[in-house]
Design a protein around this ligand. Sequence first.
Ligand code: FRU
Length: 497
Amino acid sequence: MTHAEQVARAQAALDAAREGVAQSRYRQRYHFMAPAGWINDPNGCIFFQGQYHIFYQHNPYAAVWGPMHWGHAVSDDLLRWRRLPIALAPSEAYDEDASGGCFSGSAVDDGGVLSLLYTGATSRQGEARQAQCLATSADGITFEKYAGNPVIAEPPAGASADFRDPKVFRHGDHWYMVVGSALGEGAHTGEGCAQLYQSDDLREWTYRGIMARSGGRYGAMWECPDFFPLGDKWALIFSPMHCGERKSVYLVGDMDFEAGRFDWQVDGEIDWGSEYYAPQAMRDDKGRTILMAWQNGWDWMPFFDGHGPAAKDGWCGSFAIPRAVSLDAQNRLVTAPVDELAALRQGHREQVGLTLSDARHDLPLADPEAFELSMEIDLAKTTARRMQLTLRASAGQFTLVTVDFDAKELVFNRDSADGVSKGMKRCPLLLEGDRWTLRLFSDTCSIELFADDGHTAMSSNIYPTWGKQQGYVRAFGGKVAVTRLDTWALANTGSGE
Ligand code: FRU
């Protein structure tokens, strides 16, 4: 079948499934999802000709990972996404395979031509083959694969066959490509690194070397690397395999394009939750760098807890809310949900000057399922050892968010969330200064936490089964001085339809 025929076949399968899937009780209200089937990484995120485009790893035929296609959607405001036809489907010797397909990659504006760079993934006699490929579009909707594909056929010497997820960007007079790679053995036992290539036309590529490597600190294979400037620094982000609790790392430092080397001084974790993977950045006309990420994880992660029950309804996977990233004075990464989200707010409730004790304080939630909560605490007047929010609570189900002032930790516990999910995720908190903030976004099956003014984020999925839910908060071992507490119900963007 030709590429066009494969796209049409995939599109027909999606169209047949979408109406049934739209009825699923787990559909998110304001998070991006595919109409049906499976999604994983965001791909090709780009602000192109005045609109936000996102593509995504997609199996349109089933709610499990399978031969990878690229789904495609467009938005004016990062909230309401209009579906476009499938952009890429497996169709060629270099990308057609039951356990491969059109793997992750990126998009660039090549003089008005929307161009996708992706990994063609196949296996031959059990050996993985991953090669970088190009597809272009005259109208931004229908893509044609380049006849000269693959544009990079082989990993460089010394690197394993795991060689994927090209991120292409323009700097000075050249195109550059950063590719996720593992030195030595491969994805599970190698040394993660980012390979650098350079080109003048997106078709002929010159190998520039290893721009950064794990050195035993950041995992065995770097998936989905991205590289972008922030102020006068550069940030390298990637999703390392086998890196303990970490899976969305950032490094901030200086790039020497002459030498092809990235030197970093600061490192950190973009999001400590169980479900936040493969973030990809795009820069928009407001000068913002916005991250999109897959709100799920892989079975090799030590805290993996399944992909959730939504697959029974014919779909699986959503994207985290778009987040703008910046650096603070110490070049640490700060993430903030994009301001556009405020347009979804309804039913504002506020409480000012509140002192929490061990008595249960009901959170004022107009909608205890899809809501935003913002809390400001005066640490100087807080004596408690811990503060605990009980969320999405009903009939024996509840999710616990604990701010441990003593241990300086944020803890997310979903052991009792829904009868399916299990596990606790904890991460360090800064708790700097007197004024401390916590922001929280809850949707049908996810909770995203932003603490320390956006220095600490933690996103995880839960699947509560009871309709009538509520939330409350308590202090333990003293008082918590809440300067203000605001909540809003968040409107449905129709992303689930
Ligand atoms: C990351 C990843 C990528 C790969 C894609 C395949 O989640 O494993 O490295 O390109 O998913 O779907």
